[in-house]
Design a protein around this ligand. Structure first.
Ligand SMILES: [Zn+2]
Length: 63
């Protein structure tokens, strides 16, 4: 299945995670995003690297 960069339209191979043309991160449906149960999100990527984002900024104004 061919993919194309959503930013510049360059053809992307399935193993690409970043566009070789413009460097935009390629959306991968293999990536699983789940909640960690403590208000954070866990991103599971194919290589087994797990990234946890637990202090994302709140939406909206805080004043
Ligand atoms: Zn691109």
């Amino acid at each position: 299945m061919a993919n194309f960069c959503t930013n510049c339209g360059s053809p992307l191979k399935p193993e690409y995670r970043f566009c070789p043309g413009c460097g935009t991160a390629v959306a991968q449906d293999k990536v699983t995003i789940r909640e960690d149960g403590k208000g954070g999100l866990i991103f599971d990527v194919p290589e087994g690297t797990t990234v946890t984002i637990s202090d994302a900024p709140p939406f909206g104004k805080t004043d």
